[in-house]
Design a protein around this ligand. Structure first.
Ligand code: AMP
Ligand code: ZN
Ligand code: FE
Ligand code: FE
Length: 293
């Protein structure tokens, strides 16, 4: 039994619908899938229903962007309560910033005489959580770039002319936001951020897990993070980070996380839930102050 715990749908910058992801998950024989859209949990209800119909276990999630000493880190919150008020209000802020950022990126492109409109990007994105991949697709669609890679290389990569930084919370605040929503906080694709030295401090701050397996991790990187997970008592996760098709093939199916790691995640989230209950006991009926007299 295997899981893919890192998937994006069209509720953020993926191209598949939740139903398409569940159907692909079934085709690849996954026992469990997580939806981890950037700054949104909107797709979780549909994905839960589609997974239930496909007899796949579903884990709700979201991927948040944080900053630690100028390094961008991505944290995935697994098993978050998708109705948690604080989580929803924070992600609404992140979404508003993302929408303004699209306008700023388009303004930068216009300064470079690239004729793109923010409305064209919003129409293409058709979601509350638009990002650079939508700008890249709009550039290709408008014939301004031949490929998505070219759009990133020429304009959208960090320090390229249309790059605009994203609102980020601190790593500690991201972990806390996920925890208060009942979730487990996992550092996503650590090898892509080259941030090994921050892992001990994050573990101290309550990080629950490390995404050891990722489509862009080399075997050596995965092995290094498995060792770090062991050293710092972190849970192990993995996922494809599928955003749709790549060179005509879906990335989902390329990472197969053994299901035992899902069991460990569930045990931790359950034990934390029961600890929270014992830490704040409801007063016994007979010890409550009476409101009748
Ligand atoms: P954003 O959240 O708007 O900063 O966009 C980040 C997303 O852009 C990532 O999740 C990737 O899907 C995608 N991305 C980042 N860098 C590249 C790149 N060089 N080429 C293609 N896609 C990229
Ligand atoms: Zn993405
Ligand atoms: Fe990411
Ligand atoms: Fe991702």
């Amino acid at each position: 039994m295997f899981a893919d715990l890192h998937l994006h749908s069209h509720f953020s910058d993926g191209t598949f619908s939740p139903e398409e992801l569940a159907a692909l998950g079934r085709q690849f024989g996954f026992a469990a899938l997580a939806l981890t859209d950037h700054d949104t949990v909107e797709g979780c209800a549909r994905m839960a229903a589609a997974c239930a119909a496909a007899e796949i276990e579903f884990i709700p999630g979201t991927e948040l962007t944080a900053d630690q000493d100028g390094n961008e880190l991505h944290f995935i919150g697994y098993f978050v309560d998708t109705r948690n008020a604080k989580l929803l209000s924070q992600i609404a802020k992140f979404q508003a910033v993302r929408q303004n950022r699209i306008r700023e990126m388009v303004a930068q492109l216009n300064r470079l005489k690239v004729p793109l409109t923010a409305d064209a990007v919003f129409a293409l994105a058709n979601c509350r959580s638009p990002g650079r991949p939508h700008v890249a697709r709009a550039l290709v669609q408008a014939g301004c770039c031949a490929t998505l890679d070219e759009a990133f290389e020429r304009f959208l990569k960090k320090n390229r002319p249309a790059w605009v930084p994203k609102m980020k919370i601190s790593a500690v605040d991201a972990i806390e936001l996920i925890h208060q929503a009942g979730g487990l906080a996992v550092l996503a694709h650590p090898a892509l951020n080259r941030t090994d030295d921050v892992i001990p401090g994050l573990a101290e701050a309550g990080l629950d897990g490390l995404e050891c397996f990722h489509a862009k991790h080399s075997t050596a990187a995965s092995e290094r993070y498995l060792e770090m997970a062991d050293n710092f008592h972190l849970l192990i996760t993995g996922g494809s980070d599928c955003h749709g098709l790549s060179r005509g093939k879906p990335i989902i199916g390329t990472i197969r996380l053994p299901y035992e790691h899902v069991e460990k995640l569930k045990s931790k989230v359950e034990s934390r839930g029961s600890k929270a209950k014992t830490a704040t006991p409801t007063p016994a009926l007979d010890s409550r102050p009476s409101t009748l007299d």
